[in-house]
Write a protein of this length. Structure first.
Lengths: 115, 113
C-alpha cells in the first residue's frame, strides 16, 4: 500500500518568514495530493491540492509543488502569520484499484509562527 | 457552502453504553467517510460510503457500526466500546469516491470511561 513520509515534524518560524513542508510517497500510481491544516479543536481543513498532471499550484500565500519522478511534493507558505500556526498534514491518493477514495496521510507537521 | 456538521461535539460514555454519532452534509456529495484521530496523529480511515452503500471497511471492530440513511446523513453507532477507543471521530464528504476534495467536519470528541 501507499506510504507517505512528512518532514519536519515540527517547524518554528518568525512572522514574515517562509515555511516549507516536504512529503514523499511510495506508490507511483498516486495522482492526487491534498494538504490539510488542522487547528486545535477543529477538523482538518483542505487548504490546497494538486493532481499529478500539474507541477505547481499557487493560491495567494500558499503553493504546492509536485515532482512525480522523485515522488515528492512540498507545501510552501510565504509571509507567514501567527494564524498560520497549526498542524499540517499532506496526503496522497489514487483513482485506481481497490484503494480509490482512500487518503494516506503523512504524520503531520506542527507549525508555530512567532510574532 | 462546504460545511460538514457533526453532533455531538463531545461525548462521554461507559463501556456498556450504546450511543450514536451523527454527520450531515448538504453539498450534494455522494461519498461520506468516518475517520478516527488520536492525539498528535493523522486521521485513520474507518469506513467509506459511496452512493449510500458501504464500499470500504478498514477492518474496524464490530462495536463500531456505520449507517447511511440517505445521501446527506451518516451515523456511527457505538456499543461496548473500550477506553482505547477514546479519540476524535471525524466525518468527511466528497463529490464522489474518485480522488477529490474531502471536506471534514469538526469532529466528535469521544471519551470512553
Amino acid at each position: 500500500g501507499e506510504n507517505v513520509e512528512q518532514h519536519p515534524s515540527t517547524l518554528s518560524v518568525q512572522e514574515g518568514d517562509s515555511a516549507v513542508i516536504k512529503c514523499t510517497y511510495s506508490d507511483s500510481a498516486s495522482n492526487y495530493f491534498p494538504w490539510y491544516k488542522q487547528e486545535l479543536g477543529k477538523g482538518p481543513q483542505l487548504i490546497i491540492d494538486i493532481r499529478s498532471n500539474v507541477g505547481e499550484k499557487k493560491d495567494q500565500r500558499i503553493a504546492v509543488t509536485l515532482n512525480k519522478t522523485a515522488k515528492h511534493f512540498s507545501l510552501h507558505i510565504t509571509e507567514t502569520q501567527p494564524e498560520d500556526s497549526a498542524v499540517y498534514f499532506c496526503a496522497a491518493s489514487n483513482a485506481g484499484g481497490t484503494s480509490y477514495g482512500k487518503l494516506t496521510f503523512g504524520q503531520g507537521t506542527i507549525l508555530t509562527v512567532h510574532p | 457552502d462546504t460545511e460538514v456538521t457533526q453532533t455531538p461535539k463531545h461525548l462521554v460514555m461507559g463501556m456498556t453504553n450504546k450511543k450514536s454519532l451523527k454527520c450531515e452534509q448538504h453539498m450534494g456529495h455522494r461519498a461520506m467517510y468516518w475517520y478516527k484521530q488520536k492525539a498528535k496523529k493523522p486521521p485513520e480511515l474507518m469506513f467509506v460510503y459511496s452512493y449510500e452503500k458501504l464500499s470500504i471497511n478498514e477492518s474496524v471492530p464490530s462495536r463500531f457500526s456505520p449507517e447511511c440513511p440517505n445521501s446527506s446523513l451518516l451515523n456511527l453507532h457505538l456499543h461496548a466500546l473500550q477506553p482505547e477507543d477514546s479519540a476524535l471521530y471525524l466525518c468527511a464528504s466528497s463529490q464522489d469516491e474518485i480522488p477529490g476534495e474531502q471536506y471534514f467536519g469538526p469532529g466528535t470528541r469521544l471519551t470512553v470511561t
